[in-house]
Ligand binder design. Structure first.
Ligand code: DHB
Ligand code: FE
Length: 282
């Protein structure tokens, strides 16, 4: 039985990656944001997870509108960082975990989730930024294997929030059933509030973001019961991607303990949130 150490949630704003590339962690604009991740990085150093299942969305960097899987699981041995147009970033390629990926695909189909199976794909800021926020930038290789779960949160119809919560239940069960001593974390990424385009471009909702950070720990079924339209209204057109945190939360028990959390607004155009959750009964 593999071990599920924790669920981690974080925003994945691409300009965080740019700030890291430029070494701007101590700049007046960014210091308070990056300081908030120190307890999380300390937790990662102390607990050394072996595998990170990363729930995120591709932002039309590796896939485009010609193929939009609602759910997809990466089953590759490696995932190179995609160049999003600013040139290649100085971060290593991510190592995958094909054996667990195929085990997970089997378990999901068995649970009536039918993901697309991806054998070759690059990964964008949705995965790159969270990995670096929690693990820091490695010199030559990432100290954790990644299993990407892609969710369509851009092209409507996006999946229902309650469906993502149920996907998390199936993911958590698969981790617990996996015959291995490896130590897993599940990352939910994206959000919190932001709208990048249209008449509400620039919209953030710090009050709703803080409530989300509270409720994702204590009352996830409430958040799973919201409609997609409520998410768009409350968090913005792109901020609705925060529903991906429900997969992370669904993998955990009903009762969790908050290990650390942080909120900073605005990071680029986003209310940037972070949380670490652990099952209270261990
Ligand atoms: C921004 C945030 C995102 O989550 C994203 O995917 C792209 C851009 C932003 O605030 O700039
Ligand atoms: Fe995003």
């Amino acid at each position: 039985m593999a071990h599920l150490l924790a669920g981690l949630g974080t925003s994945h704003v691409p300009s965080i990656g740019v700030a890291l590339d430029r070494g701007q962690q101590q700049s007046p604009e960014w210091k308070a944001f990056f300081d908030g991740y120190e307890p999380a990085q300390q937790w990662v150093r102390d607990n050394r997870p072996d595998v990170a299942v990363v729930v995120f969305n591709d932002h039309y960097n590796a896939m485009f509108l010609d193929r939009v899987p609602t759910f997809a699981v990466g089953c590759a041995a490696t995932y190179a960082p995609v160049d999003e147009g600013w040139g290649p970033r100085a971060i290593p390629t991510f190592e995958g975990h094909p054996d667990f990926s195929w085990f997970l695909v089997d378990a999901l189909v068995d649970n009536k989730f039918d993901p697309e199976i991806i054998q070759e794909i690059k990964v964008d800021h949705g995965l790159q930024v969270p990995l670096e926020l929690f693990w820091g930038r490695p010199a030559d290789r990432w100290p954790v294997k990644v299993v990407p779960i892609f969710v369509n949160v851009l092209q409507f119809p996006i999946p229902r929030p309650d469906r993502l919560y149920e996907l998390g239940h199936a993911l958590g069960a698969a981790i617990r059933a996996y015959d291995s001593e490896e130590r897993f974390v599940v990352l939910g990424t994206g959000g919190l509030s932001h709208q990048l385009q249209g008449s509400r471009a620039g919209f953030t909702n710090p009050e709703a973001d803080r409530a989300f950070l509270h409720d994702i720990a204590t009352d996830p079924t409430k958040l799973a019961g919201w409609t997609r339209e409520q998410y768009v209204e409350t968090f913005g057109g792109e901020g609705a991607e925060v529903i991906m945190w429900l997969v992370m939360r669904g993998a955990l028990d009903d009762v969790v303990t908050v290990l650390f959390d942080h909120y900073f607004v605005p990071a680029s155009m986003t209310g940037a949130g972070m949380i670490g959750l652990q099952n209270t009964l261990r």
